[in-house]
Write a protein that binds this ligand. Structure first.
Ligand code: CA
Length: 388
């Protein structure tokens, strides 16, 4: 079997309302899917992390840089392909967009391998340690409104996310450390003992501001404090983890085994959040997972993207070994964005219906069972939203 083509599909639409996190407001939803075609008719699908216009030049890396390196290769040789591409790109991008581009291609090769074997991705890896995964509802975005309006809206949205059936929820901060603590108080009150709440700062604080917010989160019982400081600030992470009782999480902006080795050895994370669509795909995710577990650091995958990324993460979460195991073991969760996203809800020929599953059950989601990723994008949908 040979690879005959590698295509990027960059999808975009204008959101019904602007959304914000601590770095910016955005009004456009983007997804970057990768399709790998083979000479025996099997097609694999993958996804590259990279919201916004990053996806447009990254399409060029996938199609004009990586595609010529892999045309004619056997798609089942995914580790050979990974190292060929990485070694040839090493001088130009050990992190960032080239790794995001390689991630989408690698995920598509795993999809092909599953389809050839007739096995779902989680079984190709080694089997499902769990058939269902608890989902946490990500929401409570920033808007151009007053602090007081944020407080009222976040209280309502936290309750609404729990009413949807989620048993854990994640909120944004970024108004400034003192106002952010007020926001967290409102969410903590709304959540009460109905579930967990987590706080995502998207690396907007200095270390001292992060200590201020983190002490508030200790009082309020937040489950984790995500990306409190810049990903490059290894000292800040280490000091915060040593000085705060709240779990420090992060890692979505880190790449490959070498980057992860550094942040794990730094001992600055209580919970690791690797992003499979950015760090190097499934092949590299499995190596990063092994590194995390070698450091006894639990893993909760980062997710931001389309239904392709949701399916990929469900398989990876199913196949994640227990750490350290037990009668009532620590369990990973699926990050699930509750804001408007057609690429998550309407992309597939057979939708995953995550929200309906969460509402129907105990806040958990079933792992796809079909070969490979077990999901197929709708071609007409792709055509409708494709840009660039
Ligand atoms: Ca995050």
């Amino acid at each position: 079997m040979r690879i005959t083509a590698v295509h990027s599909h960059v999808l975009q639409y204008d959101l019904p309302e602007e959304l914000g996190y601590s770095q910016q407001y955005y009004a456009c939803r983007t997804a970057h899917l990768v399709e790998v075609q083979t000479d025996d008719g099997i097609t694999g699908w993958g996804e590259c992390f990279g919201p916004g216009n990053v996806a447009l030049p990254n399409k060029g890396i996938v199609e004009k840089v990586i595609q010529p390196m892999v045309l004619g290769e056997d798609p089942l040789d995914r580790d050979v392909i990974w190292h060929k591409v990485y070694n040839l790109l090493r001088d130009h991008g050990q992190k960032g967009m080239p790794m995001q581009a390689l991630s989408g291609v690698d995920i598509a090769l795993w999809d092909i391998a599953g389809k050839v074997a007739g096995l779902p991705l989680h079984q190709l890896i080694g089997g499902a340690h769990r058939d269902r995964v608890r989902a946490y509802g990500y929401g409570m975005m920033l808007k151009r409104e007053s602090v007081a309006d944020h407080v009222v809206r976040f209280r309502d949205e936290a309750a609404a996310i729990l009413d949807m059936g989620f048993t854990a929820t994640s909120m944004q901060v970024g108004l400034g450390p003192r106002d952010d603590v007020r926001l967290c108080q409102a969410v903590a009150e709304a959540v009460g003992d109905r579930g967990l709440f987590m706080v995502d700062a998207n690396h907007c604080y200095t270390t001292s501001d992060a200590f201020h917010v983190g002490r508030g989160l200790e009082e309020l019982g937040a489950y984790w404090f995500e990306e409190p400081v810049a990903p490059e600030d290894l000292d800040g992470y280490r000091e915060l983890r040593a000085g705060l009782k709240v779990n420090i999480s992060g890692g979505e902006a880190e790449f490959n085994r070498w980057g992860w080795r550094q942040i794990l050895e730094n001992r600055g994370l209580d919970i690791a959040q690797p992003e499979v669509c950015a760090l190097g795909g499934v092949s590299e995710y499995l190596r990063v997972l092994a590194l995390c577990h070698a450091h006894f650091t639990p893993v909760i995958n980062h997710f931001w993207g389309s239904a392709i990324a949701v399916a990929t993460n469900l398989h990876l979460l199913a196949a994640m070994p227990p750490l350290p195991g037990g009668l009532n073991p620590w369990e990973p969760m699926l990050e699930f964005d509750t804001t408007d996203n057609r690429f998550r809800d309407d992309l597939l020929t057979e939708p995953l219906n995550i929200q309906a599953q969460v509402a129907a059950g105990d806040g958990t989601v079933a792992v796809p069972k079909g070969p490979g990723l077990g999901v197929t994008p709708d071609r007409d949908f792709l055509k409708h939203y494709e840009v660039g």
